[in-house]
Design a protein around this ligand. Sequence first.
Ligand SMILES: *Cc1c(COP(=O)(O)O)cnc(C)c1O
Length: 460
Amino acid sequence: MTIGSELRNLPSVERVLNTDTLAAAVDAHGREMVVDLAREVLDGVRKRVLAGSPAPAGHQIAEAVLDLMTDLAEPSPRPVINATGVVIHTNLGRAPLSDAALAAADAVGRGYSDLEIDLGTGRRGSRQAHLQSLLRRITGAEAALAVNNNASALLLGLSALAAGREVIVSRGEAVEIGGGFRIPDVLRQSGCTLVDVGTTNRTYVRDYADAMTEQTGAFLKAHASNFKVEGFTAFVGERELVALGESSGVPVLHDVGSGALLPTDRYGLAHEPTPQESIAAGVGLVFFSGDKLLGGPQAGIVVGKRDLVTRLERHPLARAVRIDKMSLASLTATLAHYAMGEAENKVPVWRMISTSAEDVRARADNWRAALATHQVQTGVEPARSAIGGGSLPGETLPSWTLSVDPSPDRSPEAVLSALRDHSTPVIARIADDTVRLDPRTVLPEQDDDVIRAIATVMAR
Ligand SMILES: *Cc1c(COP(=O)(O)O)cnc(C)c1O
């Protein structure tokens, strides 16, 4: 058969639409949408026929249209299981939310809310009100503001306080945070002039003092959250900078990054700067993310002096970066866990971090026993879990992993890919040429899914 006759064999859009398979779809979703999809499928088929493939049957084309429609309606992004052991994994959506945080977003998203109405007076209220009292209580700050994310918080802060002026930054802190977010670029975008002082490894308070002019709008300190400078180093603490700026009214802005509200040292990790410490040191504004070590939804949080926060609230950019109601609701619920002293048990990232290595091992052992009943051989061995998400660089927690025995006919990469392809995708990692899964970052209710995924993949 020639390509020409194959092409003539292809059904028309009309005929595809009239198949039993698609008649119901036309009824449910409207003709226009199904016609669009049918055209798309037929275009693809025509190209393949021109390349020499045989023409598919009409019912196969109709099914392809139905598949495309199913894909379209598929929720996205979809849930995956994080078995990497990296607690805050940016590519996997950072922090999982607590039950209360989810319920709060659900309740507010489902209907109307008192987002910007004062129920006492019936007048217009502020969406920030409830959050502000929690953040004041937790961090000791006079005032607080939440926006879309920490990058926008910083952009807003610098634009509102130092546009058209100079901002002094240590050379060791003019960093790139990841995803192309660079402190010098944010400064430029905010209309500020970067004045970098000191060297990559050592900066002294006299470097800042020497660089101060009439034009100085702020000192900016940024936590080098994704790398560590070790050895012959010196950095200026917040307290010293506050003292330096005080007499001339230059505020210290401190980007602490991950927003650890609990002391990381308590869990055997290096000390991560906390907003509370910066506030206690007298910093003007502290900036941090909602979805890193704070363990809430994506958000950027600013806490600090009342007059400075007010200038941010009144800046035109505030409207452009404002937080949405569902994030606000779940952020408030997350912060309430801290205010109530229950964060370690209720906030998933802290529950993961505070889980002992023995408890992780017990879960890996359970997985192993369950898989043995499926004739899948696995091992359990010591490992390290990382915090990730630009928090605590190089810091790890002692952990245990389940390793899937390598097979001669299947590479670890092939197993990893098959796990990703499972109906509930499982993201694992490879170490020493073996696929490994760390239970620390797998939610307890996902244990059965992990076991099923491994059993299915290894049975093939
Ligand atoms: C992660 C990070 C940011 C960016 O925060 P987002 O909430 O992702 O916008 C900014 N500064 C520091 C120091 C960070 O670690």
